[in-house]
Design a protein around this ligand. Structure first.
Ligand code: 5GP
Ligand code: 5GP
Ligand code: 5GP
Length: 209
């Protein structure tokens, strides 16, 4: 039969700073492959609608199958590491993201295509390089939201939405970056709508990892 039309308008590509996942009250666990690189990792590629709503868990029959991404596993370990406890190898995180989000974009992605697209988009951005070029470094220092967004805009061509969390002492810090991707999943675009979230405050820590 004919494929169902997509039930979303664009994707959020969500990147996480491992230092800010780990230095919170909840702490973290390194994956079995070892401490990840001090770089932004992928959280997920999430289909989203222009009104802010989003589909999820679209196909319970499409269970994550690691054998379909065997050629991507070393890239996934390096660029999409899990930091949740208890320690595991990442398959659980990747499986969760595929089943909750990836299955809602089956009009453009099979499992392999979903992970490959997220990896390519992340590589194309080079966020850490862009931040460094703008003088924003993971040195435990404090930056303004405009410095962070400006450096990423100047270096990548795209301005992300910045999500902050709090370190153990309660300081607001750079946690996740939301970029937007067209419905075909192959190009970065300006965001049609920003995610709902809390303000980051005037001083944002960029902790080391
Ligand atoms: P949190 O409540 O921690 O922000 O989000 C929990 C989960 O809900 C996320 O990991 C993600 O799976 C989903 N989620 C939260 N906000 C959004 C959003 O704006 N768009 C989409 N597609 N998923 C979201
Ligand atoms: P979401 O539902 O928000 O897309 O994904 C978050 C889920 O993935 C949670 O169940 C969380 O415990 C799990 N998870 C595993 N590893 C990580 C990680 O490194 N970062 C985040 N944010 N969630 C992770
Ligand atoms: P404006 O539209 O003036 O840039 O921002 C309006 C409000 O949204 C302000 O409270 C500002 O702090 C917040 N805001 C703008 N961009 C971001 C962002 O990327 N992340 C977060 N957390 N808040 C933002």
């Amino acid at each position: 039969g004919r494929a169902a039309p997509p039930d979303y308008d664009f994707f959020y590509l969500v990147l996480q700073w491992p230092g800010s996942y780990c230095d919170t009250r909840q702490s973290c666990c390194y994956p079995k492959s070892g401490k990840p690189a001090a770089d932004f990792g992928i959280h997920g590629l999430w289909p989203n609608r222009d009104d802010g709503s989003y589909p999820q868990n679209c196909n319970p029959d499409s269970e994550f199958d690691p054998s379909k991404v065997s050629d991507l596993l070393s890239s996934l370990r390096a660029k999409w590491p899990t930091l949740a406890c208890p320690t595991n190898d990442g398959l659980r995180f990747w499986g969760h993201e595929w089943e909750k989000h990836g299955t809602c974009a089956s009009n453009v992605f099979d499992e392999h295509g979903y992970f490959q697209a997220a990896l390519r988009l992340r590589d194309r951005l080079g966020v850490l390089r862009a931040l460094a070029a703008g003088g924003v470094r993971p040195d435990g220092g404090y930056y303004t939201l405009d410095q962070i967004k400006g450096a990423i805009r100047d270096g990548t061509g795209f301005e992300p939405y910045v999500e902050c969390n709090r370190d153990e002492s309660g300081n607001s810090q750079l946690y996740q970056l939301y970029f937007c991707v067209n419905a075909a999943g192959d190009s970065l675009v300006e965001c049609p709508i920003l995610p709902r979230g809390r303000p980051c405050g005037s001083r944002i820590e960029f902790p080391a990892f």
